[in-house]
Design a binder for this molecule. Structure first.
Ligand SMILES: Nc1nc2c(c(=O)[nH]1)N[C@H]1C(S)=C(S)[C@@H](COP(=O)(O)OP(=O)(O)OC[C@H]3O[C@@H](n4cnc5c(=O)[nH]c(N)nc54)[C@H](O)[C@@H]3O)O[C@H]1N2
Ligand SMILES: Nc1nc2c(c(=O)[nH]1)N[C@H]1C(S)=C(S)[C@@H](COP(=O)(O)OP(=O)(O)OC[C@H]3O[C@@H](n4cnc5c(=O)[nH]c(N)nc54)[C@H](O)[C@@H]3O)O[C@H]1N2
Ligand code: SF4
Ligand SMILES: [Mo]
Length: 894
């Protein structure tokens, strides 16, 4: 038996920042086996992982990895690639000035990568034109924090979820997007009856633990929180002493809040007055309130004001910085916080210092040994890509993000990059919608191969450690930047023996000229050795965790980082979203995430397990809207806006508000033909933060009436581009393809012959078929050596074949007399259909869970777990199991 080596590292997905144990088999040759589990000692997760974290080992294959640098599509050496970038950057600067060069980076970079990117641009290229996808994610929170606290500080800690008596979740689908925090909250609620309120226009999986769900009118949060502040005042719940001692701006703030009557709030939020009054009273009468918020707040043209509307309610009641209370912005990406710490945004400097502050500029320029740093903000993401489109920026380096899919008005972003004279892309994936437009493509080391630190939502810095050799020619992102800097002549400033030296430098800068004037100070690590860095335990920055009351929380003393140390209450007024629905575009487009996919799917779509939950782009529509716009459940719909259009599977659901539709952000041209929702999203931004309003667009929807619908399972990746609608996903041992078209197809046998193949199987392949031209039905089943190697079903309506059953047939040995049965497209009577997979870890389907409830008598999620195993590993599906239990518990078996 081979020996196993254990590495303690951190999950590369969401901002919860779970500790991970990676056990690697000391392999001879070939890819080593890797086992992943939660680190029981990590204070973010205490051993838990969600479905994405649990499946990390299955995403490490190299088949789609970018492994070699290339210039103009030709594979080349690192030397030549670096030289090309350095020369083109230098030429661009010489001809057009430093402002013609930009970087667009990512909250998924490690702090060390991020630090050198920022130093390179702001210190040495001489422009603040470096922005990050955190602009699309956290910038409204950053701006709101700065306005209120004088600095971008997250006051609370995760333990507050367990200590609160009321947790208000605003615009956060915690169950799917921060699953381990959701599990911590659900456990606390179970134990001590924590009340949970969800404020979200949609009924999400998170609502399954909600005592109250407020399905407000999209975009109306400010009206809601202003109404709350007015109620707090009217009922004598304002902490007058605290407001007088620790804040500024009370008069104007309460004036703005009381400009609305309760009835106005009811009208603007569209909520029932009873539900609203119930929430207000709950908030008013509970001291320990934690308000957790995310993209439903940030991604808005009033995002910064929404953040301050929430913070106002906490400041006015003095409920901040103490156990179980406070506003809590949960971060999305694994290192959104680290990026903020090094100043990765175009309007920040470094180490929580400000570009506009001359003292801060002096500290940083002296520290970096440069004569000056820019005194003006650079361009924010949307403006930055506009500048590329207009030719003002002529060279851009994109790192660890996929803007052709994730930015709003994404077709315009694609066009801008297509005509930009020089585009560099550093990625781990060979083919992405952005990488396809690169002049220079640089292969980065991925999670498991790279070393550095990340900071999670509660300011906890953890090490990501490598446990695999970097494949091919891949190199760390920081190394790439340092090499280019070196080649551009900035030699000494970018010579690091490893990430530990970068971390030490960053730590030193946080202490430079600080003396307690800035929240971030980790200068105790300024001379950390490689050895100590390698052994670094997760630690939280901020007030010392040894103080029992503070216990790592900021602002317990009522002192803030403004010039007079008082927090600012900020008067905010409700204003409608930037897009308005009208006759042509009558519906509100809301976009966001699903449980098992991560952003543009470059990693999570590598494992079939994470595609069993949802395998196709979808648009969720209320039943009455579906009827109004002629949409059939499981049919296809085309969503259009002034900016672009997309096609997705229609999912009809009461969980959607009437007048709003929801589309996941994940699908790209690498996985589907026409499902990039970014192309439909309007490029409206918040005037203060610059964050795009990805949660509110004006759109129309119509049925995409295909002449035929196809479904196939195949061994070889099926092509996408030839069909009007197609979505491909890994499934079982191969792939699944959903496709449809309006033009009639005659040559189904030829298509079947192309699709249903397996390398080396041609000679022995047997294809059975059933065709009924009159009814438009075509079915094919292919076998090689007795094994099923593919199935294809075509019909005039969405194909009614059991997907999970069909996927299971791939690779199954089928006796000759049984083979024709597969053409029927469903299990034989004695094998029950699993239904859609709910538990990805143990592959348990919805039908099985319902049977366990109705026939097996299971009455709780835990009982379903005991009976089927479902929900007992990562727990991400527990809320859905709970829903099925609730829906079916009163049914009895017949
Ligand atoms: N599974 C999974 N988890 C992830 C990610 C992922 O890709 N997949 N990404 C990570 C990242 S980077 C981020 S930023 C986080 C995001 O985490 P979340 O913010 O929780 O996720 P979203 O689905 O983007 O949006 C949250 C909710 O906002 C609601 N919303 C829309 N409009 C409004 C409104 O006007 N008011 C209110 N109150 N709510 C509204 C939406 O209906 C949606 O349910 O998730 C992180 N975690
Ligand atoms: N419509 C809509 N749009 C949205 C959102 C929304 O809710 N709705 N949410 C927004 C938010 S909050 C976010 S955070 C963004 C996310 O959007 P993106 O950042 O564009 O999405 P990702 O798929 O995470 O892109 C990461 C890229 O980096 C690559 N990569 C992974 N690891 C590494 C590495 O170590 N080094 C390098 N160089 N590359 C690596 C991956 O292969 C991938 O191509 O999307 C935003 N866009
Ligand atoms: S909650 Fe899931 S995705 Fe987020 S860090 Fe933990 S394991 Fe990773
Ligand atoms: Mo994000």
């Amino acid at each position: 038996m081979n020996a196993w080596t254990r590495t303690r590292t951190t999950c590369p997905y969401c901002g919860v920042g779970c500790g991970v144990l990676a056990d690697v088999e000391a392999a001879g040759c070939g890819t080593p086996a890797v086992h992943i589990k939660g680190d029981p000692e990590h204070p973010a997760n205490f051993g838990r992982l969600c479905s994405k974290g649990s499946a990390l080992a299955e995403t490490l294959s190299l088949d789609d990895r970018l492994l070699h640098p290339s210039v103009d599509g030709q594979m080349t050496s690192w030397d030549r690639a670096i030289e090309t970038v350095a020369v083109r950057f230098r030429e661009t600067i010489a001809a057009h000035g430093p402002g013609a060069v930009a970087m667009y980076v990512s909250g998924q970079m490690l702090t060390e990568d991020y630090y050198v990117a920022n130093k390179f641009m702001k210190g040495f290229i001489g422009t603040a034109n470096i922005d990050t996808n955190s602009r699309l994610c956290m910038s409204s929170s950053v701006a709101g924090h700065k306005r209120a606290f004088g600095t971008d500080t997250v006051p609370g800690v995760y333990e507050d979820l367990e200590l609160a008596d009321l947790v208000v979740l605003v615009g956060s689908n915690l169950a799917w997007c921060h699953p381990v925090l959701y599990q911590r909250l659900a456990a606390a609620r179970e134990e001590r009856g924590t009340k949970v309120v969800v404020i979200d226009p949609r009924a999400t999986a998170t609502c399954d633990i909600a005592d109250l769900h407020l399905a407000l009118e999209p975009g109306s949060d400010i009206a809601l929180f202003n109404g709350l502040l007015a109620h707090l005042q009217a009922t004598g719940r304002i902490d007058q002493e605290y407001v007088a001692r620790a804040t500024n701006g009370w008069e104007n703030t309460i004036d703005a809040a009381t400009a609305l009557t309760f009835d106005d709030v009811v009208a603007q939020t569209g909520l029932g007055s009873d539900a609203l009054a119930c929430f207000f009273e709950l908030f008013a009468t509970t001291q320990r309130v934690l308000t957790v918020y995310s993209q439903g707040v940030n991604q808005s043209s009033a995002g910064t004001d929404k953040v301050n509307a929430i913070i106002n309610c906490h400041l006015a009641t003095g409920r901040i910085g103490r156990p179980g209370m406070g506003p809590f912005s949960v971060t999305g990406q694994p290192n959104a916080m680290g990026g903020r710490e090094v100043g990765g945004l175009a309007n920040m400097l470094a180490a929580h210092m400000e570009l506009e502050d001359s003292a801060h500029r002096r500290i940083v320029s002296k520290f970096w040994g440069v004569s000056s740093v820019p005194d003006r903000s650079g361009l924010k993401a949307v403006d930055l890509f506009n500048a590329i489109a207009e030719g003002r920026i002529k060279a851009v380096w994109i790192m660890a993000t996929n803007p052709v899919d994730s930015l709003p008005d994404a077709d315009a972003v694609r066009a801008a990059l297509a005509q930009c004279p020089f585009v560099v892309v550093s990625d781990i994936t060979a083919r992405t919608d952005t990488a396809e437009l690169a002049d220079v493509l640089l292969p980065s080391t991925a999670w498991g191969e790279k070393d550095g630190t990340v900071t999670n939502s509660e300011r906890r810095i953890s090490r990501q450690r490598s446990f695999l050799y970097p494949p091919g020619q891949s190199r760390p992102d920081w190394w790439q930047i340092c090499r280019v800097a070196d080649r551009m002549g900035f030699v000494d400033a970018f010579r690091y023996a490893g990430p530990h030296e970068i971390f030490a430098e960053h730590a030193a800068l946080t202490g430079a000229g600080n003396d307690g004037t800035r929240d971030l100070d980790i200068s105790a690590h300024a001379s950390i050795s490689r050895q100590d860095y390698n052994a670094l335990e997760p630690f939280q920055w901020g007030p010392r965790a040894t103080d029992a009351e503070t216990n790592g929380r900021f602002f317990a003393d009522g002192k803030f980082f403004t010039s007079d140390k008082r927090a600012n209450l900020v008067p905010v007024r409700y204003r409608p979203p930037a897009s308005a629905v009208d006759r042509e575009f009558p519906l509100v487009l809301n976009t966001g995430r699903i449980r098992d996919q991560w952003h543009t799917m470059t990693r999570t779509a590598k494992t079939p397990k994470l595609l069993t939950h949802v395998a196709e782009p979808f648009v969720e529509v209320h039943p009455l809207d579906a009827a109004e716009y002629g949409l059939e459940p499981a049919g296809l719909g085309r969503v259009r806006s002034r900016f672009g259009s997309m096609i997705a599977r229609v999912s009809v659901s009461e969980r959607q508000r009437r007048g709003s539709i929801f589309v996941p952000m994940h699908w790209t041209d690498q996985h589907a033909t026409a499902a990039r929702v970014g192309a439909v999203v309007a490029p409206n931004t918040d005037p203060i933060s610059g964050q795009p309003e990805s949660k509110y667009g004006a759109v129309s929807i119509e049925a995409f009436n295909a002449a035929w619908y196809g479904f196939a399972v195949t061994c070889v990746a099926p092509p996408l581009a030839t069909y009007e609608y197609a979505a491909r996903a890994r499934a079982g041992i191969g792939y699944r393809l959903e496709f449809a078209g309006r033009a009639p197809v005659i040559a189904w046998p030829d298509i079947a012959a192309d699709l249903l193949t397996r390398p080396g199987a041609a000679s022995e392949r047997q294809i059975l078929s059933y065709c009924d031209e009159a009814r438009g039905q075509h079915r094919f089943a292919a076998f090689a050596g007795g094994e099923c190697i593919g199935l294809l079903y075509v019909a005039r309506e969405p194909v009614p074949v059991s997907r999970s059953w069909a996927i299971d047939q791939l690779g199954a040995v089928v006796a000759p007399r049984e083979r024709r049965r597969l053409l029927a497209g469903r299990p034989s009577k004695d094998v029950p259909d699993q239904g859609a997979i709910v538990c990805a870890c143990f592959s348990v389907g919805a039908n099985e869970i319902v049977r366990a409830v109705v026939e097996g008598g299971c009455r709780t999620t835990a009982e379903v777990g005991q009976c089927l195993g479902a929900g007992t590993n990562c727990g991400s599906c527990r809320s859905e199991i709970g829903r099925l239990v609730n829906e079916h518990r009163f049914e009895t078996a017949v």
